[in-house]
Design a protein around this ligand. Structure first.
Ligand code: UDP
Ligand code: MG
Length: 140
């Protein structure tokens, strides 16, 4: 059964451009509620560990650089069918391929600097939520 929680991150490009409010408003309009949120700057170690699954990919170094280039905003969101609904709301990884009205179509600069992260499975949502919000009831 599809879960009710997912993890998003307003990435440093969007957070630094003061787009967090607009992005959160868009997600709230699509039925998501904020369960937990924080603003922080990730260390190289944290970003490297968060994106460990991509460690062998050619863009990994650049991705860790980007994610540590400024503050970001990890958020746990609640909604029915949360993971797939959020993937739909953020759009394709490359904004050039993202559908109209999606977060990435509206706010992403490029395939790398693409405004927002979203978990890709219930299992990863739980792992990623725990990464930032170990104290949160849902991740315990
Ligand atoms: N990324 C990149 N170049 C690529 C693919 C991905 O810089 O060719 C970055 C981009 O920031 C992306 C992140 O790595 O959001 C994770 O990649 P993934 O394929 O998981 O995309 P997502 O799930 O974020 O759409
Ligand atoms: Mg992904």
């Amino acid at each position: 059964m599809a879960g009710n929680y997912t993890l998003t991150i307003v990435k440093p490009d969007a957070f630094g451009a003061n787009k967090a409010g607009k992005i959160i408003a868009l997600l709230e309009d699509k039925g998501f509620s904020i369960v937990a949120a924080r603003a922080m700057r990730m260390s190289k170690e944290q970003a490297g560990a968060f994106y460990e699954v991509h460690a062998a990919r050619p863009f990994y170094g650049e991705l860790v650089e980007f994610m540590t280039s400024g503050a970001c905003m990890p958020i746990i969101l609640r909604r029915d069918n949360a993971v797939s609904a959020l993937r739909d709301a953020i759009g394709a990884t490359d904004p050039a391929e993202a559908a109209e009205g999606t977060v990435r179509k509206l706010y992403a600069e490029s395939k790398g600097r693409n405004a927002i992260h979203a978990s890709d499975s219930d299992e990863n949502a739980a792992r990623e939520a725990r990464f930032f919000f170990a104290e949160c009831e849902w991740v315990k």
